[in-house]
Design a protein around this ligand. Structure first.
Ligand code: ADP
Length: 249
């Protein structure tokens, strides 16, 4: 078959848990450089979908290609090594280490083969870390313990850790959860600044935030394990079926 031009192409995914169909005939196509927001009510299958992409969960049926490679036979670590990084809703930074050290520990190849803080950081890696500190606006906090950061700063550090991993595809689960309005807005600016060079999938509930990052970009609405509607944020927000699943029960 002709290779597809998508960065990620998932087709006909199905996943049941004890007979309950959490993912149903789900297909999803992502172009390189996209910033895609995925919304949907609780239980829509958003987390399970991310689990399928990262190999944490394997589908019962379907196909999944990343850069034209079939990733379903791969384990979580192999998929991670291809450049798929995930940020969970709750920040999981190394609280006793500094911001700088957290980034060192996240450098590509660090997982599995444990990256020691005592192993030499190459000048090019150091440059990259300072570039990331600038991007995530934590340069002034480089020597602070990650555990002392404000909640929003921890989330930004985690996004920085995905960059240090050299992730091509960033899967970001509710980055604005628990943030102040100001932090939420800054998170949106950060994701917008990364789009294009990186490909990002954001799961989000906060519609103000969705509007900020989606603008005229594509938004995917999941419902009962499948894509209910896809399109610009104004389009999906005015779709009768979307209004019904959000308000009609
Ligand atoms: P969302 O992230 O959109 O809230 P989830 O992907 O977490 O949705 O869940 C989709 C559905 O699948 C839910 O009804 C959930 O209870 C069910 N589910 C998810 N994971 C499991 C599991 N490991 N075992 C049983 N049911 C699960």
């Amino acid at each position: 078959a002709e290779p597809k031009p998508f960065l990620l192409a998932a087709e006909g995914l199905n996943k049941s848990f004890q007979g309950f169909r959490a993912i149903k005939d789900l297909s999803f196509y992502l172009d390189k450089g996209e910033l895609r927001t995925v919304i949907g009510p609780n239980g829509a299958g958003k987390t399970t979908f991310l689990d399928l992409i990262t190999g944490r969960t394997k589908p019962d049926t379907g196909t999944m290609q990343f850069e034209n490679r079939d990733i379903l036979p791969m384990n979580e670590y192999e998929i991670y090594r291809l450049g798929i990084g995930r940020k969970f809703q709750t920040p999981t930074v190394y609280t006793d280490h500094t911001v700088y050290e957290n980034l060192v520990l996240s450098l590509e190849g660090s997982r599995g083969v444990w990256r020691s803080l005592f192993s030499k950081v190459k000048p090019s890696e150091k440059d990259r870390i300072f570039e990331i500190l600038n991007i995530i606006k934590l340069k002034d906090s480089a020597q602070r313990k990650a555990g002392e950061l404000a909640h929003g700063q921890k989330q930004w550090l985690e996004i920085g850790m995905l960059l240090a991993q050299n992730a091509k595809l960033l899967l970001v689960d509710e980055p604005a959860a628990g943030m102040t309005d100001e932090e939420t807005h800054r998170t949106g600016e950060l994701l917008l600044s990364l789009a294009g060079e990186h490909t990002i999938v954001v799961i989000e509930h906060d519609m103000t935030f969705v509007r900020q990052i989606a603008k005229d970009r594509r938004v995917t609405v999941l419902h009962q394990g499948t894509v209910l509607c896809e399109g610009a944020v104004d389009f999906v927000q005015n779709d009768e079926r979307v209004i019904e699943v959000y308000l009609g029960r």
